[in-house]
Design a protein around this ligand. Structure first.
Ligand code: KG4
Ligand code: ZN
Length: 283
């Protein structure tokens, strides 16, 4: 509900900024700059954020930098590991994106592969709804999968040529399986299905990551975005990247899902102070 979301931004942002400054013990005059998300996202929310940042910048006489939300997810990894620097290969997995990205330097990104249909987070959320787990479903499906056995209810593992992803077929397979099982869907079966679904998504994500690692010289790998909070993805990504002889950095759990710190980090390195709102902005 875009209008409700925009109104909530308007209501909550002023007190949030005051509380963040108080908690950090920082005066506005001490700020290097003000960072704000300019896209991608809901246009109403972006307009309120950028408008607020402009206002604060004028009032406090501080510079302001608009940054891309997706850049922020990668910068969350730089906040977690201080020695990390580009060039790096990033797998950005969120509610709207499943992108394999080559980051050459600060502000320089090349998308190597993306999803053709659903993003990984979106797939988790839709599967969670089918399994009656509520929203956002990703964390709930993660928890349920921990008590399931991924080998008992096999689901297909999507695989497209090149570095592209697709999760809509897997989602449909789960839908049909639930329909076929009907009354036989016990809590145990739901846990097995959650585990099988999770395994298919995670192995598909990592298959393309491995492929990208084999195709180029890569020393640093980042797996980030909300889905990077997933327990199985964290464990398997560590194994896959170690096997390729590279170093993996994943943001700490608190920095995986959307947060302000990652936008501050991106703004710190932003090459330009772009403030134009762009809801459909890719990279
Ligand atoms: O990056 P993010 O916070 O927001 C967007 O930019 O989209 O990602 C949110 C997504 C949601 O789809 C949510 O279900 C998923 O990340 N997510 C997870 C987990 N925690 C969050 N998916 C799987 N396992 C998790 N533990
Ligand atoms: Zn995000």
């Amino acid at each position: 509900m875009p209008e409700v979301a925009a109104r909530a931004h308007l209501e909550k942002l002023p007190s949030l900024v005051t509380a963040a400054l108080a908690e950090a013990g920082v005066e506005p005059g001490e700020l290097d700059r003000i960072g704000v998300t300019r896209g991608p996202g809901l246009v109403g929310c972006l307009l309120i954020g950028v408008g607020m940042a402009r206002g604060l910048a004028a009032g406090w006489r501080r510079p302001v930098a608009g940054v891309n939300h997706l850049w922020g997810h990668i910068y969350a990894a730089l906040l977690t590991e201080a020695s990390l620097e580009p060039p790096l290969l990033a797998l950005v997995v969120s509610g709207a994106h499943s992108d394999l990205v080559w980051m050459r330097g600060h502000g320089s990104f090349e998308v190597l592969g993306r999803t053709r249909d659903d993003a990984a987070g979106e797939a988790f959320d839709k599967a969670a709804r089918m399994l009656r787990l509520g929203y956002p479903g990703g964390p709930a499906l993660d928890r349920l999968a921990r008590s399931g056995d991924a080998g008992r209810q096999r689901l297909p593992r999507p695989s497209l040529p090149g570095l592209e992803y697709s999760f809509s077929g897997l989602k449909t397979a789960l839908l049909y399986r639930l329909r076929d099982l009907g009354e036989a869907v016990t809590d145990e079966v739901r846990a097995d299905l959650a585990a099988a679904f999770e395994r298919s998504v995670v192995e598909s994500l990592l298959e393309k990551l491995s492929q990208a690692l084999a195709e180029r010289e890569v020393a640093e790998v980042v797996v980030c975005g909300g889905v990077a909070a997933n327990t199985l993805l964290r464990r398997r990504a560590a194994e896959v990247v170690a096997a390729a002889g590279a170093r993996l950095t994943m943001p700490s759990l608190a920095l995986c899902t959307d947060n302000g710190a990652m936008i501050a980090a991106a703004a710190h390195h932003a090459p330009r102070a772009e403030l134009e709102v762009d809801p459909g902005l890719g990279w």
